[in-house]
Design a protein around this ligand. Structure first.
Ligand code: GTB
Length: 216
């Protein structure tokens, strides 16, 4: 059965692939699972039909037969469990890959998002200049720790896994900030993720949506 995911009709990132449907598209491409996309306006995301799928009125969602999921982490995990290629067979290695997924979402992503929100929404606040370095420092701390753990390795724990897909997806949000450039091994790690054919296909697909929307 072909799953259907939801994505922005017109992504506010102008097709840079930063919205969270991108990680779901990437996972589906990695495992070779074709998918359909239902595009939503901000208004439609808050209407009952979508709220029945996503209690917070957000994208992405994932529908496959009777199953409806929200939360990009849960969706990527589901895809990785159902298909070969994103989680190792060895039980311990699999548990470690899942640990990296959680680390990406619950340890790395919060300060990254805090920084993105600060830059986007708090710029005009009187306290912005004081708060920004604090927020940046929280991100730097995590980057430094992650950089130390990755070292010269290609991926976080053996072959590329859903843990790397999630971690690289989170780090991509930092590209424009310049913070990632201070950690060459992390920049190279993200670049390796972006160079994967599955990532390229996912990126082109979401960009095509934005390009088409820009013509209307
Ligand atoms: N924890 C949820 C998940 O991982 O699925 C978070 C989902 C989420 O934040 N979805 C966002 C959304 O639907 C889109 S991805 N927002 C609309 C709303 O809440 O009303 C977040 C996002 C938005 C914009 C950019 N950007 O412009 O760069 C990047 C990421």
């Amino acid at each position: 059965m072909t799953p259907t995911i939801t994505a922005f009709e017109r992504s506010p990132d102008s097709g840079k692939g930063l919205a969270r449907d991108m990680r779901v598209r990437w996972a589906l491409e990695e495992v070779g699972q074709p998918y359909d996309v239902r595009l939503l306006s901000f208004k439609a995301m808050k209407e009952p039909a979508h709220l029945a799928l996503h209690p917070f009125g957000q994208i992405p969602t994932y529908e496959e037969g009777d199953l409806a999921l929200f939360e990009s982490g849960a969706i990527v995990f589901h895809i990785a469990e159902r298909h070969a290629g994103l989680l190792p067979d060895d039980v311990n290695a699999r548990a470690r890959a899942i640990t990296w997924m959680f680390a990406a979402l619950s340890t790395m992503e919060p300060p990254v998002i805090d920084l993105a929100f600060a830059r986007l929404l708090e710029r005009d606040e009187a306290w912005y200049e004081q708060r920004l370095p604090v927020v940046e420092e929280r991100v730097r701390k995590r980057l430094s720790e992650l950089s130390g753990r990755l070292g010269d390795a290609e991926w976080l724990d053996g072959p590329f896994s859903a843990g790397d897909l999630m971690m690289a997806s989170v780090l991509l949000r930092l590209k424009a900030s310049g913070l990632l450039d201070q950690y060459p091994n992390l920049s190279a790690y993200v670049a390796r993720g972006e160079a994967r054919p599955a990532y390229r296909r996912a990126f082109e697909a979401q960009l095509a949506v934005f390009t088409a929307a820009s013509r209307t």
